[in-house]
Design a protein around this ligand. Structure first.
Ligand code: TA6
Length: 280
């Protein structure tokens, strides 16, 4: 690991700090390659991070951008959302406004998922943009399949005033209603209670209105066909011990994902999925 590239974060856990000449800043923990902060130039924190979040080996950070790999949610036999978010990644590059973090299979990973792989997260900061690009390479001799997501927690002023646009005309699996499939007819998704939906094959840009400071964030994706929208609301939030009881009102997850159809990689083959967030 290049020395001097990391600084101590919460509980002494190493993180990289990205800064852009415009004044924009971001931070990513090596634990999970987890982006925990994004402040665009002249703006405020755009990512939600729970004050009760545990920063500890083997635990997932609550907030920011958890990297979900190789299993989305409970769609398989692995621990929920896979293991990438609870493992220590390595810094391959960290200079100014960009960093590249890498995770390779080891004995512990292979005990859960017997496939040689390299995962890389490239984080690139612009004046008013944050790009996170996840790359997966099959370094083994047999094909494997995975599901993945960038489980982004946005800060919102009040989720009841927020709206997500760009999902009209898509079909979603409604996880708060036994996974029933519905068509989204409305131009905007509004939040009035627990929401947990997997929108399949979303064609274009998604907009989050009512993000921190009343801003609108554009979410562009490449390689991630699906979009997951999640808010636990009060009752479920109260059951999550790393989330404050009222935190549900200040957060909203909008997540580019490969959740509906797994990605299959032949030996030597690579896949890349990118999320670009822009203040518009
Ligand atoms: O992406 C939405 C989701 O799968 C929800 O069902 C909800 O459980 C959320 O992720 C958070 O999961 P976590 O394991 O981090 O508590």
């Amino acid at each position: 690991m290049p020395q001097g590239k990391t600084t101590e974060g919460t509980n002494g856990m190493p993180k990289v700090v990205l800064s852009h000449p415009s004044g924009a800043r971001a931070e990513a923990y090596l634990h999970g390659a987890h982006v925990t902060s994004w402040v665009p130039a002249g703006g405020e924190e755009m990512l939600f991070l729970s004050e009760r979040s545990r920063f500890a080996p083997g635990k997932a950070i609550r907030g920011g951008v958890p990297v979900i790999f190789p299993q989305f949610a409970d769609q398989g036999p692995l621990p929920k959302h896979g293991f990438a978010r609870t493992r220590a990644w390595e810094v391959e590059e960290a200079e100014g406004a960009a960093a590249r973090l890498v995770l390779r299979d080891d004995e512990a990973a292979r005990a859960l998922w017997p496939h040689p792989f390299t995962a890389a997260l490239k984080v690139s900061l612009g004046e008013r943009t944050l790009e996170t690009a996840l790359g997966i390479t099959n370094t083994g001799e047999r094909p494997f399949s995975f599901t993945a997501a960038l489980h982004t927690y946005f800060r919102v002023d009040d989720v009841r005033e927020a709206a997500v646009e760009g999902l009209q005309g898509t079909v979603y699996r409604d996880k708060v209603d036994d996974g029933v499939e519905r068509a989204e007819d409305e131009p905007a998704v509004l939040f009035r209670g627990e929401t947990d939906r997997i929108h399949a094959a979303v064609p274009g840009r998604v907009l989050l209105r009512g993000a921190a400071g009343g801003r609108t964030v554009a979410i562009d994706r490449d390689g991630f066909p699906d979009v997951v929208v999640w808010n636990p609301w009060a009752e479920l939030a109260a059951k999550l011990d790393d989330l404050g009881d009222d935190d549900f009102a200040r957060m909203l997850c909008v997540e580019p994902a490969c959740a509906v159809t797994p990605v299959t990689l032949a030996p030597g083959q690579a896949w890349r999925g990118t999320q670009t967030l822009s203040i518009v």
